[in-house]
Write a protein that binds this ligand. Structure first.
Ligand code: KIV
Length: 297
């Protein structure tokens, strides 16, 4: 697609139904991002996300994907201690969860790991620029690559990762001019997020696209639908229908088979008749007692 100038579409997904929707919409790449930590699990940042959580969500997404290229993020700590750890954890995402590739954050200092993973038949997507797992080192979520020195470092990062075998490079939070130049120089596709239109493809977080992130939108997010308002409206109508006892209605209820219903109705009629006769008998007895002269016994 890069060679033929076709834009690559990418989006995150974290569960089976959204994976199906994204896949069926014809999105080329689905990323089970560690953004799951913030978008779905309610963490403040991506750092607490664990391998178990990534495996769990990647498995769910894999069940919903038929055609897209499925990339799973390696969470913070899963590749930072040793190369062997990184390969072992990446292998789990492929073997146990069904990912086609893994994504790791960081530039030149990850080149050796990318090379070893590639040697181990693991496709690696690199991620440079604003790398959320480095939030504390960056001093917050700040646009990267604004000085000449930082730009040179980004070019060197991209080249080193490509040379090490990365199959694509995510460029996040960098000036559009820098991203366009890295894209032009790079032999592998660049996928941008907050990196301008000059990348080979674009990626967004699913929940940002649908206004489901409950935080002020970033400059680069485009909201394509107001999912929060859509869900809130449906939830309020459901609450009102239950409160007013208009849900469920007859058509939304199961019914007895006609034969069983008729048998039960006949039984009820008989019981009602017997009950009525019993009441009448008691009333008659009561009247007799009342008519009996007191003291006769
Ligand atoms: O975790 C994530 O969703 C990502 C994308 C924003 C690229 O890394």
């Amino acid at each position: 697609m890069k060679r033929s100038g076709q834009a690559i579409t990418a989006l995150t997904a974290y569960d089976y139904p959204t994976a199906r929707l994204v896949d069926q919409a014809g999105i080329d790449v689905i990323l089970v991002g560690d953004s799951v930590g913030m978008a779905v699990l309610g963490y403040d940042n991506t750092l607490p996300v664990t391998m178990d959580e990534m495996l769990h969500h990647t498995r769910a997404v894999a069940r919903g994907v038929q055609r897209a290229f499925l990339v799973a993020d390696m969470p913070y700590g899963s590749y930072h201690v040793t190369i062997a750890d990184g390969i072992r954890n990446a292998t789990r995402l492929l073997k146990e969860a069904g990912a086609h590739a893994v994504k790791i954050e960081g530039g030149q200092r990850r080149a050796a790991l990318v090379r070893r993973m590639t040697d181990a038949e693991i496709s690696v997507v690199a991620h440079i620029g604003l790398t959320p797992q480095s939030v504390h080192r960056m001093g917050g979520y700040r646009v990267q690559g604004r000085s000449n020195e930082a730009i040179d470092r980004l070019y060197a990062d991209a080249l080193a990762l490509e040379a090490a075998g990365a199959v694509a490079i995510v460029l996040e939070g960098i000036p559009r001019e820098v991203a366009a130049e890295i894209t032009a120089r790079s032999g592998v596709p660049t996928i941008g997020i907050g990196a301008g239109p000059g990348c080979d493809g674009q990626i967004l977080v699913f929940h940002d696209l649908f206004n489901l992130t409950f935080s002020p939108p970033t400059k680069f997010t485009r909201r394509y639908a107001d999912g929060a308002a859509f869900f809130a409206n449906a939830l309020e109508r459901y609450r009102d229908d239950v409160t007013a006892r208009t849900f469920p209605n007859d058509a939304e209820s199961y019914h007895l088979p006609r034969e069983v219903r008729e048998q039960r109705e006949a039984l009820q009629d008989r019981e009602t008749l017997e009950h009525r006769e019993a009441v009448q008998y008691c009333e008659a007895q009561q009247r007799l007692v009342e008519l009996e002269p007191i003291g006769k016994a």
